[in-house]
Write a protein that binds this ligand. Structure first.
Ligand code: AHR
Length: 333
């Protein structure tokens, strides 16, 4: 696998690493006050600007918690965190602020795949390394980021489709798809993976619309699907929250989710796993949101001038109803 080393050339960066190492030997927690260092010294912390997509789903809340738990002062970080409310322009302006502040590292989870070239070029020009978490970008900027940490979304869609074929091929199932945010990597990749996996079977996607990864969006789109089609057998939802919205719409229409209409989702957050254990969902492909520890390690290595993996793929499981009953009591998120 290709590796990246981000060469830190400034004296400030080198001294930050040295002080970080010294700080690790101290019993005092480091301070982030940027003051004179009398209580541990502000310089020893690695300053990180993180631009989060939003708070659209249970997955996102778990992901935010994981990042905040990993990038603490005790662990040697000074974190500036911003929530973009699912808007690319908010992310771009947050990243520009981090560049202006001169943080040591910028990390972000890009709401959509394209449109990042200018701001990535600006970060590169300022000599600030960028780490992507969760979602990928398409960019023409060379060496735009040092590492991308997250799941393989095509694989998640494919595993969903493969299970659907295994269970229902031969029954002429009509499928509706609740897509994630238009233009986002998980929406594009999960749709592709699922479509490829069901090709050659007699499952047919008869409608597909975005529910923007929210419970409310999933409910509204599902209500529209139920009005437009009276022959839906299976919902493929790009995340648990939209699947939970679909459950509400199906129940309101007098049907039983998981039986009259089967539901496959992606994520595996607690509410989704509970719905699966209760028989309202039929299958979940996990998307692990706990990216904080990997992000912390990548940032530390980058600042220290060490090699980091260009692509870190998170390992995901998959659950049927019995699997959910077993896993639910120990679920962390
Ligand atoms: O990018 C990951 C996706 O974003 C999750 O599957 C979804 O729940 C979230 O909103």
């Amino acid at each position: 696998m290709a590796r990246h080393t981000f060469a830190r050339t400034t004296l400030a960066a080198l001294s930050a690493v040295t002080l970080l190492a010294l700080g690790a030997c101290s019993s005092e927690p480091p301070s982030s006050d940027g003051g004179d260092g009398a209580e541990g010294g502000g310089d020893e912390l690695i300053s990180v600007g993180f631009s989060q997509v939003g708070a659209e789903s249970g997955w996102r809340s778990a992901n935010t918690m994981s990042i905040k738990d990993a990038l603490t002062e005790e662990n040697g970080f000074e974190l500036s965190f911003s929530d973009a409310q699912q808007k690319q322009e908010n992310q771009i302006s947050a990243i520009r602020n981090y560049i202006a502040q001169g943080v040591d590292v910028i990390a972000f989870s890009p709401v959509v795949e394209t449109g990042w070239d200018a701001v990535l070029e600006e970060a590169k020009g300022a000599g600030i390394p960028v780490v992507l978490t969760d979602r990928a970008v398409e960019t023409t900027v060379e060496d735009a980021y040092v590492s991308f940490i997250g799941s393989d979304f095509v694989e998640e869609g494919a595993r969903s489709g493969e299970w659907a074929v295994e269970q229902y091929d031969g029954e002429g199932y009509k499928v509706v798809e609740l897509q994630g945010t238009t233009g986002s990597a998980p929406a594009i990749d999960r749709q592709q993976g699922f479509a490829d996996a069901i090709e050659g079977s007699d499952l047919e996607v008869i409608d597909s619309q975005t529910g923007d990864f929210t419970r409310d969006g999933g409910k509204k789109v599902m209500e529209g699907f139920l009005t437009a089609h009276d022959d839906i057998d299976l919902v493929f939802a790009h995340n648990d929250d939209m699947g939970l919205g679909a459950v509400e719409a199906i129940e309101a229409a007098g049907m039983t989710p998981g039986e009259d209409i089967k539901i496959i989702t992606i994520d595996g957050v607690k509410d989704g796993m509970a719905a699966l254990a209760e028989g309202k969902f039929n299958y979940i492909v996990e998307c692990n949101p706990l990216l904080g520890p990997d992000l912390a390690e990548v940032i530390q290595k980058t600042v220290a001038g060490e090699d980091v993996e260009e692509r870190i793929v998170t390992q995901d499981e998959a659950f049927d109803q019995e699997g959910a009953k077993e896993a639910l009591p120990d679920r962390q998120y």
